[in-house]
Design a protein around this ligand. Structure first.
Ligand code: NOJ
Length: 560
């Protein structure tokens, strides 16, 4: 299976845009590095650790939101889109961080949250103060309730974080008023994207960050901004997952109207020099539908969540890779690959969960079964080495290069995810993948800061995971990633193609990309490498290889 190369039409010698093959590293600013010691990471902290990212060899970083926010959803609830929250620093700190990344040739992508604001946004405050039917209310989705006195929500939609997606307002005289829609927390009111004022405001936000020099945007909930006419009732498909599912007829996900917004934004980005990028967080199945988000005049990339949700299983991986290359290739976009982010259980734990306990969105001490750490790490290393050999864009989440597991035993009182509160502790939520990073072993807060403060407690046994403990150490997870990224770049794998190796056992998966052959053993048992392959030099191995044996849960790259 070859990935179509829509960008290199005959006679066109223009170099492909950087993002077609880039490795993009997600920084979760609260948990990356904390320069001022208040327990929450910050922009100065990121700048101070930029060398580590250069050494790792990433092409770009994506920063989760650092704009002014009450932090009810860790910054995905924005008060002012053109600002930096004092928790993370100042606009000057942002500029300095950007300059330090650019000096090292690292691009910077920022997070844009257009589906909803915080309830502390000036527009929402104005809306609450204004009368029903006013232009101030028209920027959000206010509706009358149902029932005799409007005491029932306008429809039956549920919040992604649990509970109803509507909250009732109180009029200035204390009587109950209209309801407003929030697909997420009740502090995150949804904008009405049919309102031209909302569109104009966001064009301004794009320009604000583009003018400062950012290389693009990761667009939050890029499948949710337009809601079906009349806001009809909808009962979710039970297998749909927290962000939606296969059912394309969900009245708040994947509505056709979102596409004209991205066509508009595409034009805004095109006004700027350099290849600026829009990356969609669009939980849309199947991939052939997700590919609509990355048609040539819309966004440039979309996160491949079907790949993230695939087990370490040869039989499951091949079809999702084929489907991805085909679907994205058909619209001239690169495929992307991702295994972890700030919303899912870290893959060093997730891949060791059993079929009976497949929880991709939060595990904790009372979850059925617990992932085995060693198995999870072996599988994660194998899965990452496999992913990084695929053509297209690859997304990494901070800490995966250290092999960090999910923290499953956070004390209840430390948890901060709104999901935990809105489900009365029934769903653990996402705090377990957000614990601050370990930098140096045996130091205060593992070098995250010098005060020992940490907005989520760090486990006591993270010395060996810390970056300094792994830097330059043969066989460490950090060395595996650093070597993979160096080879990927040198051999141009990101712009390559996939040719499957046939006639392998059911639990083996193999492909050729340019000058390398990649073999993944998804069984737990050894595989004897056939003589014709065994004689090829090993360029990368996710585990120790002895003789001609590829151990279970392992990936190797061979020089073809
Ligand atoms: C998706 C983000 O990744 C997640 O962290 C956030 O809670 C929701 N969108 C709402 O903005």
């Amino acid at each position: 299976m070859t990935q179509p190369t829509a960008f290199s039409a005959a006679g066109d010698t223009t170099a492909p845009e950087w993002w077609r093959s880039a490795v993009i590293y997600q920084i979760y600013p609260r948990s990356f590095a904390d320069a001022n010691g208040d327990g929450v990471g910050d922009l100065a902290g990121i700048a101070s650790r930029m060398d580590a990212l250069e050494n790792l060899g990433v092409d770009a970083v994506w920063l989760s939101p650092f704009m002014r926010s009450p932090q009810k959803d860790a910054g995905y609830d924005v008060t002012d889109y053109k600002s930096v929250d004092p928790l993370f620093g100042t606009l000057d700190d942002f500029d300095a961080m950007l300059a330090s990344a650019h000096q090292r040739g690292i691009k910077v992508i920022v997070d844009l949250v257009p589906n909803h604001s915080s309830d502390t946004h000036e527009w929402f405050i104005e809306a609450l103060a204004a009368a029903p039917g006013s232009s101030e209310r028209g920027r959000y989705l206010f509706r009358d309730g149902k029932g005799e006195n409007g005491e029932l929500p306008p429809n039956n939609w549920e919040s992604v974080f649990g509970g109803p997606a509507w909250t009732r307002t109180t009029n200035p005289d204390g009587t109950p008023g209209e309801w407003f829609l929030h697909l997420f927390d009740s502090t995150q009111p949804d904008f009405d994207w049919t309102n031209p004022e909302v569109r104009e405001m966001f064009r301004g936000v794009l320009r604000f960050w583009l003018d400062r020099g950012v290389d693009g945007f990761r667009v939050d909930v890029a499948h949710g901004m337009i809601k079906a006419e009349g806001l009809p009732d909808y009962t979710p498909n039970p297998g749909g997952g927290s962000m939606g599912g296969d059912d394309f007829e969900v009245p708040y996900w994947g509505q056709e109207g979102v596409h004209e917004i991205y066509r508009d934004w595409h034009k805004v980005l095109a006004e700027y020099e350099g290849d600026r990028v829009l990356a969609a967080e669009a939980w849309i199945n199947p991939l052939s539908k997700m590919a609509k988000w990355v048609r040539p005049d819309e966004m440039h990339q979309a996160f491949n969540f079907p790949y993230l949700e695939t087990a370490w299983d040869a039989q499951a991986l091949r079809p999702v890779i084929d489907e991805s290359l085909e679907a994205f290739g058909a619209v001239g976009a690169p495929a992307t690959w991702v295994l972890s982010n700030h919303d899912v259980v870290r893959h060093a734990s997730r891949l060791a969960l059993t079929a009976e306990n497949p929880q991709g969105h939060g595990i904790g001490p009372k979850s059925p079964g617990q992932p085995m750490r060693e198995v999870g790490l072996q599988r994660a290393r194998a899965a990452s080495a496999f992913m990084l050999a695929l053509p297209g864009g690859a997304y990494m989440y901070q800490g995966e290069e250290l092999g960090l597991p999910e923290v499953i035993n956070l004390p209840d009182e430390a948890r901060q995810d709104p999901t935990w509160f809105r489900t009365n502790g029934e769903r653990y939520g996402r705090d377990g993948c957000r614990v601050p990073l370990p930098w140096e072993p045996g130091t205060t807060a593992y070098g995250f800061n010098t005060t020992g403060e940490s907005w989520l407690p760090q486990p006591e046994d993270w010395d060996d995971y810390s970056r300094a403990a792994q830097q330059g150490v043969a066989g460490s997870t950090l060395t595996l990633y650093t070597t993979a990224l160096e080879l990927r770049k040198r051999l141009d794998l990101g712009l390559g193609s996939v040719t499957w190796i046939e006639n392998l056992p059911e639990t083996m998966i193999g492909f050729r990309n340019g000058d390398i052959i990649v073999l993944g053993n998804t069984a737990t048992t050894d595989w004897e490498i056939p003589a014709e392959l065994a004689e090829l030099p090993v360029l990368l191995a996710s585990t120790t290889i002895a003789g001609n044996t590829l151990p279970g849960d392992a990936t190797i790259w061979l020089q073809a």
